[in-house]
Design a protein around this ligand. Sequence first.
Ligand code: T46
Length: 135
Amino acid sequence: MSKINSLFQKMTFKIHGDERGSLISLESLKNIPFDIKRIYYIFDTKPDVVRGLHAHKNLKQVLICTSGSCKIRLDNGFEENIFNLNNASEGILIESLVWREMYDFSPDCVLMVLANENYDENDYIRDYKTFLSLL
Ligand code: T46
C-alpha cells in the first residue's frame, strides 16, 4: 500500500515585537526546515480566481500570508483539508506529492512562498489523474 503523505505541517514563527511594531525572521535550517533556494509572492489576485491546481514531484515549500488572507485546499489522494492562511506569523509546510488549490484571496492578500528548489516546470504535475497514478 502506498505511503500516505502528510497534507501539511502548521508552523508558527516567533514575533520580535516592540513599541515600534513586529518583525519575523525566516532562516534556512533554523525555523525553515530546508535550504531556501527561491522566494516568490502572489499578490493582486483577482476575485474568484483559483490558483495552483497542481502537485509537485519533489518540491517542498512553506506558504505564509504576510498580508490579508486566502484559503488553500490540500489533497494527498487519500484525504483533503482546507487551511485558512490569515496570519503573518503562521505558515504551512507542504511536502511534495500534495495537490494544492488556492482561492478566496482577499484584495490585500500577499501570499509569500519559500521553496527548496529553483523554478522547474518539469517538477509540476498539472493533471489530477496523473497525480493519483504517481502515489
Ligand atoms: C505552488 C503555488 C503555491 C516563474 O517564472 N517562476 C516561479 O518561481 C514561479 C512559482 C512561477 N513562475 C511563472 C510560471 C507561470 O508563467 O509564473 C507564472 C505563474 O505561475 P503558476 O501558474 O505556476 O502559479 P500558481 O499560483 O498556480 O502556483 C504557484 C507555484 O507555481 C506553485 O509551485 O505550489 O504557487
